[in-house]
Design a protein around this ligand. Sequence first.
Ligand code: AMP
Length: 127
Amino acid sequence: MGYEYDDQNIFARILRGEIPNDTRLETEHTLAFNDINPQAPVHVLIIPKGPYVCYDHFASLASEAEIVDFTRSVADVCRMTGVAPGSGGEGYRAIANTAVHGVQEVPHYHLHILGGRNMGPMLSRRD
Ligand code: AMP
């Protein structure tokens, strides 16, 4: 039980500088970069630099400094990509896919920010 972090996952390798990324924002505890396979005109991934597997792992164990830094970075990304309603944007969808039922591919917590078009229904079944 518990969470085991695989430090060979692709976002860990991005954080170590082993593979490139298209950075949108970097702070002490957080990195945001464009998704390599964008599903919308705006598709940014926001990740903590710490070794957290998923959202609830981060929410449980991250320091207050990490949580504040991450949360403010979300606001900055939404503003800088033009999707934040408070800055005249039309809105966005924030998604944190988690583990098996959440169909998470990369086991390092990341928040997807998707926007720039109407994102349609929240869920569609594929089975
Ligand atoms: P998830 O299914 O929530 O784990 O999503 C993982 C996301 O990471 C997908 O949207 C991928 O397109 C994206 N991704 C995978 N490798 C990279 C990479 N090297 N740079 C940027 N995004 C990536």
